[in-house]
Design a protein around this ligand. Structure first.
Ligand SMILES: *Cc1c(COP(=O)(O)O)cnc(C)c1O
Length: 362
């Protein structure tokens, strides 16, 4: 495993200032003192692996990432453990996904060992920035890669920059949400970039989020781009349905859905909650009928940032411009969603035994 050369910042945040930030972290507002970097050049491969004081990038305005959108990213967290140690949750899953995203965007895939080394060595150096578990606080890690070659001309770039920054976050208590079944937008198409974690997917989703707000919803439920019938995701998270028959149903990974680490983890935990995990196609009408008839008892979204977000209702276009609306259960978060959420957090914070080897101790 290649290690990252360390050049400590000469201007660390004063200890009392850092302590104040870490005691009350706000999502995405503050960053740790250092960042990891590596550069890929055509003919040379990955080089210049280093951890340095966090500083602004200097890029030529002609850098390809600004023009043709070659950008991918990841999101994962480090958690303070009961013995005061620190553990990162399943970083090798993010490393594999990051390399897959790179391949889809014709970018240089970072070796998975380098990804894990970068996040591990950054967290080790900035470990004082990992908050206490109180209020579900953690250190959020944001690895990303951009095309940094100066290039006005469309082709895959010949230079890429990899970077990891870190931000103490939380508490993030997710509010229950309602979802808008947009008739106007789709997130992904077969053969497109839906399974890659790239900034372009997010840019393309923002107009739909605005439409959801216009219909009194907090997020969009994404349907497939061909028939506009099959459920894919929700906002920027995966979606799951609890059925009265004791199943935990989630759309199968057909190539247009992001392979979430939280999704994968929850499917693995399902049997311990008396649920049979099922991955298959789910039609939106099945969802609406199911919540109306009570055969779907709970719905939730899942992802690293909020872990589990309860979905308490849906809205969809109706006749004569009026919206149809559907309420899940009693319109309040359900007990299984809460139990699954607590279970995952207990593993992440080391409060229960890590029988699956999901914690990467730093
Ligand atoms: C990141 C992401 C998710 C959730 O993935 P996790 O690994 O669980 O954080 C789901 N959908 C989309 C579109 C995403 O970008």
């Amino acid at each position: 495993m290649a290690t990252f050369t360390l050049s400590r910042t000469e201007h660390p945040t004063p200890a009392d200032e850092r302590a104040a930030i870490v005691a009350k972290p706000v999502f995405g507002a503050n960053f740790t003192d250092h960042m990891a970097l590596a550069i890929w050049r055509d003919g040379q491969g990955w080089a210049d692996r280093e951890i340095v004081g966090r500083r602004p990038f200097e890029l030529h305005p002609g850098a390809a990432t600004f023009h043709y959108g070659q950008e991918i990213f990841e999101g994962l967290k480090a958690f303070r453990q009961p013995d005061k140690g620190v553990a990162i949750f399943r970083p090798e899953k993010n490393a594999a996904r990051f390399a897959n995203s790179a391949r889809r965007l014709a970018m240089a895939p970072l070796p998975e060992d380098d990804f894990v080394a970068a996040v591990t060595e950054l967290v080790d150096l900035d470990r004082d920035w990992v908050p206490s578990p109180d209020g579900e606080q953690s250190l959020y890690l944001r690895p990303f890669e951009i095309a940094s070659e100066t290039l006005i001309g469309v082709r895959a770039a010949k230079e890429y920059t990899f970077c990891v920054i870190a931000s103490p976050v939380g508490p993030y208590y997710p509010e229950p949400v309602t979802l808008w079944a947009t008739p106007n937008y789709t997130r992904a198409a077969e053969g497109g970039t839906g399974a890659a974690k790239c900034g372009g997917n997010y840019a393309a989703s923002l107009a739909a989020a605005g439409e959801a707000a216009d219909h009194g919803c907090q997020q969009v439920i994404w349907l497939d781009g061909v028939e506009h019938r099959w459920v894919e995701e929700c906002g920027t998270m995966n979606i799951m349905f609890v059925t009265a028959a004791g199943e935990l149903v989630t759309p199968a990974l057909t190539g247009t859905i992001l392979d979430g680490v939280t999704r994968d983890s929850i499917l693995a935990l399902a049997p311990e909650h008396g649920l049979t995990p099922v991955q298959r196609r789910v039609a939106i009408d099945e969802v609406f009928d199911g919540v109306e008839q009570g055969t779907i008892t709970e719905v939730f979204a899942c992802g690293t940032a909020a872990v589990v977000t309860p979905v308490v209702g849906f809205a969809a276009p109706g006749v004569n411009g009026a919206d149809r609306s559907f309420i899940v259960g009693a319109g309040t978060p359900g007990p299984i969603s809460a139990a699954v959420r607590s279970h995952l957090l207990d593993i992440q914070y080391g409060r229960v035994e890590d029988t699956r080897g999901w914690l990467h101790h730093v």
